[in-house]
Design a protein around this ligand. Structure first.
Ligand SMILES: Nc1ncnc2c1ncn2[C@@H]1O[C@H](COP(=O)(O)OP(=O)(O)OP(=O)(O)O)[C@@H](O)[C@H]1O
Length: 307
C-alpha cells in the first residue's frame, strides 16, 4: 500500500492538476494506494504523524510526498521513527532543490514510475532542527539571514504566481535575492560545531546548514555535501562587499563560489548558531521564524529513500 500526501496548492495550484494525471496512472495499473490532501500550512505534519503512528518492523509504511520542497520537510517531521518508513517523492513544486540534490526525476510521471518500479531504497540522512523546546526534521537545508529572507519573500510574493504560470518559477529566487541584497545589513554570528569548534564572524550575510548540495532554487552552496554521509555541511558568507556578493552569487549555481575570500565551508555533526540580531530562519525553504539561536544535528536517523 502506498500512502500519498499531496499538496494541491503547490506550484501555485498546479499540484492538484498534476495529481489528477498521476491518479489516472495509479488506477490504470491497479495500484493499491490512499491519498491525503493538505489543506493548510503544517497539515502534512499531522497527516504523516497519523499515517505512520502504527509503523513497526512488521508493519512498514511507504509514504510518498507530492508537492514542493516545503512539503517534504513537513512529511518527514510528522514521522516519529524513520526506521520503518520507505519514503518517496513526486515533485510538483517550483524550487526542486530536493530532486536536484537527490538526482530524482523532475518530471512527476517519471518520479511515479521510479516509485512503482520496486527499486531498492537508499538510506538518506534526516537532520533535526531544534529551536527552543521544539524540534523537527528537514531534508535539504536550513539557514539564517539572507537565504532565509529570500525564502520568506519568495513564499509571499505575487511574482511567484505569475512566473509559475509562465513556467519560469525558478527565476523568482533570483529577482528576490537581488532585491533583498540591496537592503541587507550583515550581522555578527557565532557558530559552535561539535561542542568545541567555535567560529566567530562579524558581518554575516547568511549561514546555511546543508544536508544536500543545492538550496534556493539551484544554488550549489555546499558542493561537497552528501545526504548519506552522516555529516552536515555548513556555509558562512561573511565580510564580503555587496558588489562582491553579487559577483559571487551566479558562480554559486556551479559551486565555484568557494574560491571567494569570505566564503567559509565547514563539516560537522552538530551546530549551535547564535546571531547577535534576530534574523529570518528557513527550513527547506519554508519560514521557521525570526530567531537569534537554534541548533541542528545529524544523528543515526536515516530514512529509506526511493532514489
Ligand atoms: N492546501 C494548502 N493551501 C495553502 N498552503 C498549503 C496547502 N497545503 C500545504 N500548504 C503550504 O504551502 C507551502 C509551500 O508548499 P510546497 O513547498 O509544497 O510548494 P511550492 O512552494 O509550490 O514548492 P517549492 O517549495 O518547491 O517552491 C508549505 O508551507 C505548505 O505547508
Amino acid at each position: 500500500m502506498y500512502y500519498f500526501i499531496v499538496n494541491p496548492n503547490s506550484r501555485s495550484g498546479k499540484g492538484a492538476l498534476i495529481w489528477k494525471g498521476l491518479e489516472g496512472i495509479l488506477n490504470e495499473r491497479n495500484i493499491e494506494y490512499k491519498t491525503f490532501f493538505t489543506e493548510y500550512r503544517g497539515h502534512a505534519v499531522l497527516l504523516s504523524e497519523s499515517i505512520t503512528s502504527d509503523a513497526a518492523p512488521e508493519n512498514p509504511v511507504t509514504l510518498i510526498a507530492v508537492g514542493g520542497d516545503g512539503t517534504i520537510q513537513e512529511v518527514l517531521s510528522g514521522v516519529r521513527d524513520l526506521s520503518y518508513i520507505t519514503f518517496g517523492y513526486i515533485p510538483t513544486g517550483s524550487g526542486n532543490d530536493f530532486c536536484r540534490g537527490m538526482k530524482l526525476p523532475a518530471e512527476p510521471g517519471e518520479a511515479l514510475d521510479l516509485i512503482l518500479s520496486g527499486c531498492r531504497p537508499h538510506p538518506m540522512d534526516v537532520p533535526v532542527l531544534t529551536c527552543g523546546t521544539g524540534s523537527s526534521h528537514f531534508a535539504i537545508s536550513c539557514g539564517i539571514g539572507f537565504d532565509a529572507g529570500v525564502c520568506h519573500e519568495v513564499s509571499v510574493t505575487p511574482m511567484k504566481k505569475i512566473l509559475n504560470r509562465i513556467g519560469l518559477g525558478k527565476l523568482v529566487y533570483l529577482f528576490v535575492a537581488l532585491k533583498q541584497l540591496l537592503f541587507l545589513k550583515p550581522s555578527p554570528m557565532t557558530l559552535v560545531m561539535d561542542d568545541d569548534n567555535v567560529q566567530q564572524f562579524s558581518k554575516v550575510y547568511f549561514t546555511a546548514v546543508m544536508n544536500q548540495k543545492y538550496e534556493g532554487g539551484g544554488f550549489k552552496f555546499c558542493p561537497n555535501a552528501s545526504p548519506s554521509d552522516g555529516y552536515l555541511d555548513v556555509i558562512v558568507v561573511d565580510s564580503l562587499s555587496k558588489p562582491k556578493v553579487l559577483c559571487c552569487l551566479p558562480t554559486a549555481f556551479f559551486g565555484k563560489h568557494t574560491i571567494f575570500h569570505g566564503i567559509h565551508i565547514f563539516r560537522c555533526k552538530k551546530i549551535d548558531i547564535h546571531s547577535d540580531l534576530a534574523l529570518p530562519v528557513h527550513k527547506d525553504g519554508e519560514s521557521a521564524g525570526i530567531l537569534k539561536e537554534f541548533s541542528v544535528s545529524i544523528g543515526a536517523a536515516q530514512v529509506r529513500m526511493i532514489s
